[in-house]
Design a protein. Structure first.
Length: 174
């Protein structure tokens, strides 16, 4: 009987080791599966973004056609289906006149100075911006109206020409 006790203890120790090993391998496998799932989702999101980004010129052409002339019913239907389908995979257009300018989401093409303005406001949307969820595909290109840029000084129009001539070394700039 003395002999079975050490053997039983040894078997218990080996069983505990193998159980611990099995639990570790199972945890590693679970982590691997989760990582593969995250990687697949990331690859899918990147692929969708790339396809959507490649279709933005088509949406720009549709918008340009809308601005230039009334679209035929067939072209209008194609445009609506295209926009609906792109929206169903997460494409969202943004950029509205009157919204505050945000340099992360807007690209200011023109700045119109309005000394009485409190902040920068998008006053004209030249091309809409697009995003998928929180990921920016393209910023909205806008005209911004607001106060003069900080550090800007007003140049007296009458002296501007004389100042430019003096900088060129023109002797008539007297």
């Amino acid at each position: 009987m003395d002999r079975s006790r050490p053997q039983s203890t040894e078997l218990r120790r080996l069983l505990d080791e193998r159980t611990t090993d099995l639990q570790r391998v199972k945890a590693e496998y679970d982590n691997y599966r989760k990582q593969v799932r995250r990687d697949r989702m990331a690859v899918r999101e990147i692929a969708v973004e790339n396809v959507l980004r490649s279709l933005l010129p088509v949406l720009d052409a549709v918008e340009a056609a809308r601005r230039q002339e009334a679209m035929t019913p067939g072209v209008k239907a194609v445009a609506e289906v295209l926009e609906t389908q792109l929206g169903s995979v997460g494409l969202q257009a943004f950029g509205e006149e009157g919204e505050p300018f945000d340099p992360e989401w807007h690209e200011a093409v023109t700045h119109v100075v309005a000394p009485d303005a409190d902040g920068l406001t998008c006053t004209e949307i030249l091309t809409p911006g697009y995003r998928v969820g929180d990921r920016l595909l393209r910023p909205a290109r806008v005209t911004v109206t607001g106060p003069p840029p900080s550090g800007a000084t007003r140049v007296d129009e009458g002296n501007a020409g004389e100042r430019a001539a003096a900088e060129r070394g023109d002797p008539a700039a007297g």
